[in-house]
Design a protein around this ligand. Structure first.
Ligand SMILES: Cc1ncc(COP(=O)(O)O)c(C=O)c1O
Length: 381
């Protein structure tokens, strides 16, 4: 069996599905683009998505020629509610994206039923949620298709990388045709990624973390290493060269290895998340709603703070790596969102959350983090 097939089989076994339901890509966003094309989505069509996401999601929609239609999030679950999605449906709606935010899902079955009744496709954005479950069912198995990310900080890592799961058999054939046009990663792509994976594995230790992070940020800004997104993806809406790429052997090998420790890592994340949750409850701070706790895969724990820039600065001084994901409704774009057709004035929850959110790491010992939260608890909302 080829390395790719071994990896696909391992992923399928984990989820309890068939290997032929899985396709592998250079990044998760490429899987989204592929499935939109397989659904025949193009100019004149509308795709519903949250107004609180990563900019590469509307990009994939725009690359097909379709129009992204944004829906505000529910500020408690950070996901879209069925009733808000229903209001956004028009005769042009072809698909609804159901996003797992930081591992959290919400009303997935209701949204799928609504879409089915209207003849609309559903796609789960499980980039944060591989391995997590919603009401006892694995994330990604409830809708027509789902895409996942295995980029650095995701549930498990292949450096960068992504996959697509197809649950609707009718999409299989058109997807195979589209996958046949994937480019292979170049020698340079593979070399740079292997070097980064090696550096993360062997050099990124506690005491080198901050120095290497500074270097990595500087090198990515210059475009000298593979960052999560290219400059083109953050400034415009045309598909960059070399976007539609498959997964390399380097990524598959890393994936096979990382997947082996996923269950253990997920357990650690969940236990740590529950400790943070208790701390937030005890201090009367905003936390994940209790009924959703059981279903939360907990990639990170969302925390709302008054002044995010100041809070992150303090955490960096204390050498605590807090995440600043979703600092913008279309992360990480800080400039105008007009090119992506998002008028944030119409989505007040997405705007508010993107102004105040930080995310807490869930791996390792949390005692220093909890001491830090104790110290700055007045700044937590
Ligand atoms: C919500 C969301 N969707 C999609 C993606 C894209 O995943 P990838 O970087 O693997 O393309 C990301 C990336 O982090 C994300 O946060």
């Amino acid at each position: 069996m080829s390395i790719q097939d071994t990896y696909r089989t391992d992923l399928a076994d984990f989820l309890g599905i068939n290997t032929d339901q899985i396709s592998l890509y250079w990044k998760g966003r490429v899987g989204l683009y592929a499935v939109l094309k397989a659904m025949g989505i193009g100019p004149g069509d509308e795709v519903i998505l949250p107004a609180f996401t990563c900019v590469v999601v509307p990009n994939a929609i725009l690359y097909t020629g379709a129009t992204p239609v944004y829906v505000d999030i529910d500020p408690n679950s950070l996901c879209c509610e069925t009733k808000s999605i229903e209001k956004a449906i028009t005769p042009h709606t072809k698909a609804i994206l159901i996003q797992n935010m930081l591992g959290l899902s919400y009303e997935v079955h209701d949204i799928v039923s609504l879409a089915k009744a209207r003849g609309i496709y559903t796609i789960e954005d499980c980039t944060h949620g591989f391995g997590g479950k919603y009401q006892g069912q694995f994330n990604g198995l409830m809708s027509d298709a789902a895409f996942f990310s295995s980029q650095w900080n995701k549930p498990f890592s292949t450096g960068i990388g992504g996959m697509l799961v197809i649950n609707n058999q009718a999409l299989h054939e058109p997807l195979q045709k589209i996958n046949a046009t994937l480019e292979a990663p170049s020698f340079k792509d593979r070399l740079v990624l292997s070097t980064l994976i090696w550096a993360r594995t062997y050099l990124l230790k506690g005491f080198t973390y901050w120095t290497l992070l500074r270097w990595y940020r500087w090198l990515s800004k210059k475009g000298w290493v593979i960052g999560s997104s290219s400059a083109d993806e953050l400034t415009g809406t045309s598909m960059p060269n070399g976007y539609f790429k498959g997964m390399s052997l380097v990524q598959c090998r890393k994936g096979i290895k990382s997947l082996k420790s996923l269950k253990k890592t997920m357990l650690l994340r969940k236990n740590n998340a529950l400790k943070l949750h208790e701390w937030l409850l005890k201090h009367h701070k905003t936390c994940v709603p209790q009924p959703l706790i059981e279903d939360h895969a907990f990639l990170k724990y969302p925390l709302l703070v008054n002044d995010r820039a100041a809070f992150i600065e303090k955490s960096e001084k204390a050498r605590l790596p807090l995440g600043d994901w979703f600092i913008s409704p279309l992360h990480p774009v800080k400039s105008s969102l007009v090119p992506w057709g998002l008028n944030i004035d119409q989505h007040p929850h997405a705007r508010y959350i993107s102004q105040h959110i930080v995310n807490l790491p869930l791996e390792g010992d949390l005692s220093r983090l909890i001491n830090f939260l104790e110290l700055y608890q007045n700044e937590i909302l």
